[in-house]
Ligand binder design. Structure first.
Ligand code: NAD
Length: 256
């Protein structure tokens, strides 16, 4: 018997084999969930299709999260195919490369707005469309954040502010969706070498510093995040909502 037997899970944010969202998809599949994956654009689609096939995923849908019509189409298809949704994973973020290097003072109005739109508002937009399909099923929404929301990391800049807003969004959504039995949580993952991380200037420096200073003296991997996502999306956590859950080998407790 799997922890997610009978559950329907839609996962936003698979780009390639290193994506956190892919590790989550694999863990959910192993535990019995039926999956739908989305992709941001045609370039990403080419990599996502074979990955979806390897997981026996039938529903692979286009969704640029800045486009309301794409989002509506995804949930309309899920309504027709599944009749409801139990789990939504939001593993999506973007900022222009120029925003992720140098001084925070170089943040531009356009770059800031784009980072907030793709990385924060998208969670609200997805939750809004998912809400009618998740009602009364003991559903769970999980998003991905980073400790740069609370502390300053070199080059993380506008994305740090976006993650702070994302974490606040988790709390407001948890309150708004709680009466319908939907839980909303964030996982704050330690540094992982993915496509998104490659855009952050000085990422290698952050990763090696964390590995050296963190209580467990090691960085995490994608499967560590997937295990916590599994807990947060299963009935094991049925009274857990509105939280930010660190999967970072304990780095966040260190002062010096
Ligand atoms: P990734 O590049 O594999 O995933 C990011 C995803 O966002 C990609 O699938 C990309 O296609 C998608 N995306 C970007 N713009 C989009 C748009 N307009 N519409 C739809 N999708 C769009 O990298 P990842 O590290 O797996 O990132 C997943 C999440 O984890 C992000 O929120 C990231 O900030 C967060 N996170 C990453 C780390 C890390 O060190 N890698 C640490 C903590 C949190």
């Amino acid at each position: 018997m799997g922890l997610l037997d009978g559950k329907k899970a839609v996962i936003f944010g698979v780009a390639n084999e290193k994506s956190i969202a892919l590790a989550i998809a694999e863990a959910f599949r192993k535990e019995g969930a039926e999956l739908a994956l989305t992709y941001a654009n045609e370039m990403v689609e080419k990599r996502v299709r074979p990955l979806a096939e390897s997981l026996d995923v039938k529903l692979v849908l286009p969704c640029d999260v800045t486009r309301d019509l794409d989002i509506k189409a995804v949930f309309s298809t899920l309504g027709e195919e599944w009749g409801g949704v139990d789990i939504l994973v939001h593993s999506v973020a973007f900022a222009n490369k120029e925003e992720l290097r140098g001084s925070f003072l170089n943040t531009t109005r356009e770059g800031f707005a784009l980072a907030m739109n793709v990385s924060v508002y998208s969670l609200i937009a997805l939750a809004k469309e998912a809400a009618p399909l998740m009602q009364g099923r003991g559903g769970s929404i999980v998003t991905m954040t980073y400790y740069g929301s609370q502390k300053v990391f070199p080059s993380y800049n506008a994305m740090g502010v976006a993650k702070a807003a994302l974490e606040a969004t988790v709390r407001y959504l948890a309150e708004a969706m709680g009466p319908d039995g939907v839980r909303v949580n964030a996982i704050s993952a330690g540094p992982l070498r993915t496509l998104a991380a490659a855009g952050v200037g000085g990422f290698n420096h952050i990763a090696s510093h964390v590995a050296e200073k963190t209580p467990l003296r090691t960085n995490i991997d994608q499967d560590d995040v997937a295990d916590t996502a599994l807990y947060l999306c299963s009935d094991m956590s049925k009274k857990v909502t509105g939280g930010v859950h660190f999967v970072d080998s304990g780095f966040n407790i260190i002062g010096m």
